[in-house]
Structures are given as structure tokens and as C-alpha cells.
Design a protein around this ligand. Sequence first.
Ligand SMILES: O=C(O)CCC(=O)c1ccccc1C(=O)O
Ligand SMILES: [Mg+2]
Length: 326
Amino acid sequence: MIPQLSDLFATARVVSLPLATRFRGIDSREALLFRGPEGWSEFSPFAEYDDTEATAWLAAGIDFAWNPTPPLLRSSIPVNATLPAVAVAEVAAVLARFGSCRTVKVKVAEPGQSLADDVARVEEVRRILGPEGRIRVDANGAWNVDEAEHAIHALASLDLEYVEQPCATVPELAEIRERVKYMGVPIAADESVRRAVDPLAVARAGAADLLVIKAQPLGGIVSAGRIVAEAGLPAVISSALDTSIGISMGLHLAATIPRLDYDCGLGTAALLAADVTDEPLLPVDGELPVRRVTPSPALLELHAASAERTSWWYARLIRVWDELTA
Ligand SMILES: O=C(O)CCC(=O)c1ccccc1C(=O)O
Ligand SMILES: [Mg+2]
């Protein structure tokens, strides 16, 4: 069931949360929050996404607010720390925000940086985690196949759990996966799932060993859960740098997945310098509890987006709701 626009606007609030560390080229994260019969939910497609792409994000937000979740199979979710492409000198301080996580996802291939920067950053993470720590890297599709092969050769001695979206396209993923198979480095697909016309194409092509699954871009808990089941590959449930309310949606998705073989990328509230709740979903001993989140009125007020940005989000909500109900 899709609520009326007036039902959404009855509780809608737009917030702008400062980031502790620049991430994906942004210093603050905007989100539209609203409440339904099941509780608070989030609509936060990135600003540059068009209305068609944002439609799945709204379907997800509505689903989490209006529909009961499927049965929850666990009450706590192991999570990784997420390290933006910061300088070596900043690595320890950023990781400290996540508490003691055994797994770190390191952003690599940042525009304007070199492979040497990536190697130095991953070396520093390995030094801090020790040999038992699990390190995965995420290139956000920035390498071509040769660059990916070169980079994986340079990073492999640091012991990689997997490489997330080394290249942009499914055929490139298939090619790099074949080239590094002999090294035992698995390939994960993220953008090739959440931004693809067909999220199952990458699995069908045999182009990835595992999938990164995000609740909002994949249309919500039920829809994302179906994709995981049909893909038949291990899934890492991750955030889209959501507020604690969006993280809560991801945690509920993670709790419904029959098998969770990898730590989930849901620790990202630690990258925010402020949140909408007095009890943010920050990892403790590498875990997060599966629970809903209610924002604090004072924090909604304190972090309210400007009038101009609020109008922008309201207009976007109207357009995307129109597209969703068309
Ligand atoms: O997976 C994680 O550790 C955190 C989520 C994350 O990295 C992310 C957050 C916002 C936008 C894109 C991405 C990404 O995985 O590429
Ligand atoms: Mg990714």
C-alpha cells in the first residue's frame, strides 16, 4: 500500500547532518524523514540521482514505515568500519570512531589519488587491525580492467577479504574476476546491483562472488531480500550513508537474510558528526542491535535543512511519489 502524499507530509522533516570526514565528495548528508504506522523511516537518494532512480528509494522508505517487516532471524548484526579515502595520518582517528571492528572497508581509487596512496592507506589499516583483521576495498567502479589487475596485485599481499566494484560494468567485472581468480581474491558487486536496470544480471553473468545489497536503492526489505534469494550469492547488507533511521532499515533487512557470511556495511553512522537520535546506531564491539529508531525533536530542529533545501526535498518527494504511483 502506498500512502497519500498528505500522509507523508504530515510528519516529513528534512535534515542535513554534518559528516565527521568528507565522503563521496560531500561534507553533509541530507535526508527526508517521515513516520508511518510501523515507525520512522527515511528517503535519502543522493542529490544527483534523478527521479526515476529515486523511486525505489521512496518505495523502500514507505515500505519500512507502513509494512511490518518479514520475520527477523537475528537480533544483532556484525558490521565493518568504513574508511573514506583519507590520508595515512588520519586513518587511526577515523577508525577509532567505529570502536573495535574486526573488519574494515577501505575506499580506494579516489579521483586525484594514486595507487601508492591506496597501498599506504590499506597498509596502515593492516598495521592497526593486525593479521586477523578482515580488510575489503571498494573502488566504486573507478578502475579499468588493467588498472584493477595492477591494483589488486599491489594490494593482495595485505590479504584482501574481497574487492568491491573494481570496474564499472558487468563484462569488466567478469573479466577481472577471471584474471585474479588464481590469487583467491573474491569480487563483490555494488553499483552493478543497486544502479543496474536488472540487479540480477551480474549474478546471472557469473561476474561476482558476492553482492553488496542496500535496502533503499533496491526498493526496501522485501524487494532486496528477494534479490538476494534469487541471486543465490552471499550478501553484504550495507548503508547508503543513511541517518540512524535508514541504518535501522538496513539492520532489519540484514536480520531477515537467511545466511550472513560477511560483516555488514551498516556502521556508517560513525562517519556522521551528528545524528537525529540521542541513541544513534553506532557499532559496539563490531555489532549493531536490530531496532527501530525514533528521532529526537530537538535534534530534528537543530539539524533541520535550510528552507531552500527543504523545499527542494519536498518538491522531489512530490515528483517521485507521482512516479511511484503512476
Ligand atoms: O559498505 C560500507 O561499508 C558502507 C557504505 C558505503 O561504502 C557507501 C555509502 C554511500 C554510498 C556508497 C557506498 C558504497 O559502498 O559504495
Ligand atoms: Mg560500494
